[in-house]
Design a protein around this ligand. Sequence first.
Ligand SMILES: C[S@@+](CC[C@H](N)C(=O)[O-])C[C@H]1O[C@@H](n2cnc3c(N)ncnc32)[C@H](O)[C@@H]1O
Length: 448
Amino acid sequence: MAQATDETPATRPRRGESLEVEIDSLAFGGRGVARAGGYVVFVAGALPGDRVRAEVTKAKRRFAEARTVELLRPGADRVADRCIHGGEPCPGAPWQGLPYERQLVHKREQIDEALRRIGGLDDFELEETVPAIEEWRYRNKLEYSFGERDGEAILGFHARGRWDLIVPVEDCLLASEPGNAARNDVLGWARGESIPAYDRRARTGVLRNLVVREGRRTGQLQTRLVTAPASFPKPPVDLHTAIEGDSGGTDGPTGVLGEERLREELCGLRLEMSHDAFFQTNTEMAERLYAVAGEYAELSGERVFDLYCGIGTIGLTLAAGAGEVWGLEVVPGAIADAERNAERNGIANARFRAANARTGLRPLLEEAGRPDVVVLDPPRAGLSQKIVRRVLECEAKRIVYVSCNPTTLAPNAAQLVEAGYRLRRVRPVDMFPQTPHIECVALFERAA
Ligand SMILES: C[S@@+](CC[C@H](N)C(=O)[O-])C[C@H]1O[C@@H](n2cnc3c(N)ncnc32)[C@H](O)[C@@H]1O
């Protein structure tokens, strides 16, 4: 096939085409940005300064997407990959080739750029980043997929951009050593019992995924096996989820075979959580994140709303400084966990309600009265304009927004500022070293 280079005149690249390009920068989401014949190409698996051969996976009118097939010349900044599975860099650590300091610089720049370019904001203080405590082996949860090789089960990650190819994992440097051992034990059992992996194409077989969660402070490991509905010998796991059909997800009816809940300790609190409740994947950095939220909340006996509260972690860590805390969260199991967590820790001034933020905030406002401080910690999609309007109805003095996506924080911030709040401070907290994921805390104050 003919090969295009960056100097090739502007013709729209085609899907499957091979390009030779040099990467100039990093896009939101972490892919390398290159220019080929006048087109912007977003290249997965490439870093600034790299010259790569890439295969076009999507070609649009104004840009193309591609995946790195060969690293022809590494960028001057590159460091050697450390987490490698089957000869491929770990798909969970796409930025491992960037020195850690550079990762922090890129993340900070992306927050700044999102707030300025998407949010149209400039009057805020972007504070120093809180770096990660551990650059490796920090994840308390990993999800693996089963596949087969030479008639035997393998367990690992999907190869980059491939739903049908699994790269086996021996030791993933994002997981702890006990977490890796737990995965390998379940694989040993599956091989010993000759249980076949589920084949999504043929819709045959049994084993789909294994989720390993770890209480970093308690040392507890919790394993959840996800399979197609089938009968097979009892697996050596805590939880078993059986999924019909082909959603590709891991959520479904779950039976308990061992420990139902995961126990963890955080900010001096003893916590327990259900398998379907959200918990920050970096326990040590969650403490740092919540400490920033607490610093920004500046509490001395106020009423606090903890919206998108999960198992209650932020609200419970703030409860000692607050008059009262009200948590709101859509997953009922997480709210049941939050209530138990309050009781377990002798916290009497926190209440939790299970509801969607869109419909549940007005009733909460009626029940609890106006909050002085609102803490927001939404999923990556951020808040809809309507939910921002509901938040504005709270008329809180301060809003502390914990964001895992600056590109959705930015429009929400613009709407808050438009309505009379001032974006005062933003502090990045690195929860996800070796990845492009960006977390930060933003403080909004209402003009008096
Ligand atoms: C990023 S997590 C934060 C959880 C918690 N603050 C923590 O630090 O562990 C976002 C949470 O929002 C919940 N959620 C998602 N959509 C929601 C909605 N529309 N209304 C209320 N909660 C929602 C999710 O279930 C999840 O627990």
